[in-house]
Design a protein around this ligand. Sequence first.
Ligand code: RTP
Ligand code: MG
Length: 139
Amino acid sequence: MTQRTFSIIKPDATKRNITGKINAVIEGAGLRIVAQRRIQMTEAQAKKFYEVHKERPFYGELVETMTSAPVVVQVLEGENAVAKYREVMGATNPEQAAEGTIRKLFALNVGENSVHGSDSLENAAIEIAQFFTDADIAG
Ligand code: RTP
Ligand code: MG
């Protein structure tokens, strides 16, 4: 089934100027970047985006990290895009990420792990709508 998922290339990656290298891994895995924009996330946007984690001890740090430099927000399209992108990203903690995954290749640590990807089809739609309108997406 063709799906769309939401991706963020995080500040640790934009700071190191490796967004193209990450996009090459995404495209190499057969996912198409059908929308993409570089933005400076506001504190309000980051807090809303990570609201599910607001009781977690790392929430404050997470919001701070996500607003520390620009991010690239993206919509990725492909066969089973949600699960496929989670696979391409690798485990949250790069020490546990499989060879060849984005986090194994590029992440610095669990907090600076280079990418975000939606964890379900339902959340993908919610997250895409937070940053893109239908007119922004050309599949
Ligand atoms: P993401 O949401 O960014 O795609 O990552 P994920 O699903 O693999 O991980 P999740 O559990 O949703 O956590 C969201 C982000 O919070 C940071 N985190 N820090 N210090 C910590 O123990 C810790 N745990 C999670 C990570 O940057 C993670 O991507
Ligand atoms: Mg998550």
